[in-house]
Unconditional design. Structure first.
Length: 154
């Protein structure tokens, strides 16, 4: 197959990437609509931080399960000119948070909030149930901790 791609016999983007990328269920696209509608951004020390949330009431309207919610951040992570993105969602009486960045270490925030993960993708769970209050808590941690660039290992 590599030979066919290399010699232009197969359009890899058209034949492989697009069908996978665009094959998301209707329910997930509805969740993305919620998150994109609720999305805000702010500049923090020269970096653009975007964030959004989905309340239980919002996602239950479309029969979404908590397992669907973990994929919500996918709609934000590839938006250009955003340095850090995060989402908050009400799940089982708690707030689940997800962080993503291609340039910054997200674990400095998730670990401060009791979670963890990988530098470019991490998560946390907050005991509160007030999304707006928890949103401010996360933003304050980001402001307090600042930013650490991800360094590529050669």
């Amino acid at each position: 197959m590599a030979f066919l791609i290399k010699n232009g016999k197969i359009d890899f983007q058209k034949e492989f990437v697009n069908p996978i990328k665009n094959n998301n269920p209707w329910k997930l696209k509805k969740l993305w609509g919620i998150l994109l509608t609720n999305m805000n951004k702010e500049e923090v020390n020269g970096k653009v931080v975007a964030y959004s949330w989905a309340t239980r009431k919002e996602y239950e309207k479309y029969n979404l399960e908590p397992s669907d919610i973990r994929l919500g951040i996918l709609c934000m992570q590839d938006i250009k000119n955003l340095d850090l993105v995060f989402t908050l969602s009400e799940i089982d009486g708690k707030i689940k948070g997800s962080l993503r960045s291609k340039k910054l270490d997200t674990t400095i925030y998730s670990s401060a909030l009791g979670g963890g993960g990988h530098k470019g993708a991490s998560a946390f769970i907050l005991e509160g149930t007030d999304i707006k209050k928890e949103l401010e808590k996360v933003l304050n941690i980001i402001r307090e901790k600042g930013f650490a660039e991800i360094r590529e290992v050669l």
